[in-house]
Design a protein around this ligand. Structure first.
Ligand code: 5RP
Length: 223
């Protein structure tokens, strides 16, 4: 099966976790796009969604799915999102699509996080994928130096030759060279550096369940 087919498989499998009558939290990325396509089939059974990005909002609305502001609604039953990496404990690296801050907000508002990923995302230790960090631009170079002190190399993510600007009007650093063995402590530490909006380690908001797309089908892993 191709990676695209595996994404379709897990995107469809995630429908089983959507609770009829409840607003669903929706992440961002190519795997979530497959979920959004599948969700259209049950749009009449849910009031709508809370979205983690402008891109997902546009896709949801184009399919006739109502999008609520996170402040309009209370706790969500479930949040469905992809990941750039997931380890054996359900800790993840996210933010390859630059939506990490809103993703973490919607995840924090949800009782369960269902991660949908193809098997290429499974790692033993987080850090193989360059770690995304959303930063306030005036703090960029100091944060680059702080990562250097940890052994990491941070570079500003570019789009069309200029720093990419997130949905929140900020920039993204991508950090290579880290092996994140203690994700909870790492996330807590980096998140309190001045100028860091959000680090892309999802340990405090880890997955409850991962639907992993493999050659032999969808593997369901609960943490
Ligand atoms: C976006 C994310 C995505 O969930 C992550 O990048 C995985 O994306 P894809 O499903 O396209 O591989 O964190 O900010």
């Amino acid at each position: 099966m191709t990676q695209d087919e595996l994404k379709t498989l897990v995107g469809r499998a995630a429908l089983d976790y959507v609770v009829a009558g409840e607003i669903v939290g929706v992440g961002t990325g190519s795997t979530v796009n497959k979920f959004i396509e599948a969700l259209a089939a049950m749009k009449d059974r849910i009031p709508g969604a809370v979205s983690s990005s402008v891109a997902s909002t546009e896709r949801l609305q184009a399919l006739g799915i109502r999008v609520f502001d996170a402040n309009e609604v209370g706790e969500l039953a479930v949040y469905i999102d992809g990941a750039d990496e997931i380890d054996g404990r359900g800790y993840m690296v996210k933010g390859g699509g630059a939506a990490l801050t809103r993703e973490k907000i919607v995840a924090a508002q949800s009782r369960r996080f269902v991660c949908i990923a193809d098997e290429s995302k499974r790692v033993d230790v987080l850090g193989r994928f360059p770690l995304p960090v959303e930063v306030i631009p005036m703090a960029t170079q100091r944060i680059v130096r702080q990562f250097r002190a940890l052994g990491g190399t941070a570079t500003v993510r570019l789009k069309d030759g200029k720093p990419l600007v997130t949905d929140n009007g900020q920039h993204i650093l991508d950090v290579t060279g880290l092996a994140i063995r203690e994700p909870l402590a790492f996330e807590s530490e980096v998140n309190q550096w001045p100028g860091v909006v959000t680090v892309g380690v999802f340990a405090h908001q880890k997955a409850s369940v991962c639907l992993l797309g493999t050659a032999s089908g969808v593997q369901t892993i609960a943490y």
